[in-house]
Ligand binder design. Structure first.
Ligand code: AHR
Length: 325
């Protein structure tokens, strides 16, 4: 069977399910195997497993795209390598899946494979990060306002640590999360008395954060008194380097991060971090709803932004036990 036919058949199947009133947006309805209906086959190309945030995001996606919710999920994690992620998307196209969901590692480089998916009649939904490719090449995107996250972090830094010497641990080079957070933070500290000593990528990992922070400490020693890490995990890695250098995190060095995962919030509640801007990883349910709506031929929003909060040390201590991830 050719791919266009498969996609068309899948669309028909999905339309039938929706027409039968079986579509579920909260995971409690049933168009799964038990009722004898066909499952919607979805290929999900995840970035990798670089951080606590990523684990929570993967879990949310797997939960939402479950058999009980009417999906047959084909999952691939690309170990943070864009070539591997593109290869996974190509493989989903070749398998003739009904829809593809991508958490794009980097912004650029998606035009060709997205065009191939479009030519095969397979709709693509983006989750988490954005791409620079034309909006015509994907059906919808659900994610976070990374620029605002960076701005919120920068505004807190100006209010609470103006005059500091800053180092920055950047996320994966070329990712929208790193690019937009850098833009937002940079705009917020512009005109302040914060001096940026250095800024390097730690690739959103604990190991990366630790290694880069060790290098910063060797180079600048205790001149550093402010750290902005693009995610909790790099900040957590940096804690080891800071302590090994005989400094007290949260006191000698003010630490601002993004994500608000359990380990980050614990460090914040313990006084080792000073401020966290949340980045909500629970995008699965919305992504699954979008896939069903697109396959049913419904009009969907091109962009859906999930709101984030931010936390001081006191607020982290209050909510720590009730955090879902
Ligand atoms: O794209 C979201 C970012 O990716 C998260 O902030 C980071 O932890 C993850 O790896």
């Amino acid at each position: 069977m050719n791919k266009k036919f498969l996609a068309g058949a899948a669309l028909l199947g999905a339309l039938t399910l929706v027409a039968a009133g079986c579509s579920s947006s909260n995971g409690t309805g049933g168009n799964g195997e038990e009722g004898g209906d066909e499952l919607i086959t979805v290929g999900f190309a995840q970035t990798g497993s670089e951080s606590g945030w990523r684990s929570a995001n993967t879990e949310s996606m797997k939960e939402a795209f479950s058999k009980e919710n009417g999906f047959d999920l084909k999952f691939n994690a690309a170990d943070n390598k864009q070539e591997a992620q593109i290869a996974a998307v190509r493989s989903f196209i070749n398998q003739g899946v009904d829809a593809i969901v991508i958490a794009p590692i980097t912004v650029d480089g998606w035009d060709d494979v997205l065009t191939e998916a479009k030519d095969a009649g397979i709709p693509v939904i983006l989750e988490d990060r954005t791409v620079s490719a034309s909006e015509d090449l994907y059906a919808s995107w659900v994610g976070l306002d990374f620029e605002q996250e960076g701005k919120t972090a920068g505004e807190w830094a100006v209010e609470n640590a103006d005059g500091s010497n800053l180092v920055i641990l950047e996320g994966t080079t070329g990712s929208s999360a790193a690019l937009d957070r850098a833009t937002g933070f940079g705009a917020a500290i512009e005109g302040s008395d914060i001096t940026t000593l250095d800024s390097q990528t730690g690739d959103f990992t604990r190991d990366g954060g630790k290694k880069v922070m060790e290098g910063f400490l060797q180079k600048y020693g205790d001149d550093i008194n402010l750290l902005f890490a693009h995610n909790d995990d790099m900040g957590l890695g940096a804690l080891d380097a800071i302590k090994a250098a005989g400094l007290t995190p949260g006191k000698d060095i003010t630490i601002v991060t993004i994500d608000a995962v359990k380990d980050g919030m614990t460090a914040l509640a313990n006084g080792e971090f000073n401020f966290i801007v949340e980045c909500n990883p629970l995008l699965g349910e919305k992504a699954a709803d979008l896939v069903k709506a697109v396959l049913a031929g419904e009009d969907v929003e091109k962009k859906t932004i999930v709101p984030d909060q931010s936390f001081t040390q006191e607020q982290a201590a209050e909510v720590l036990d009730s955090r879902p991830y």
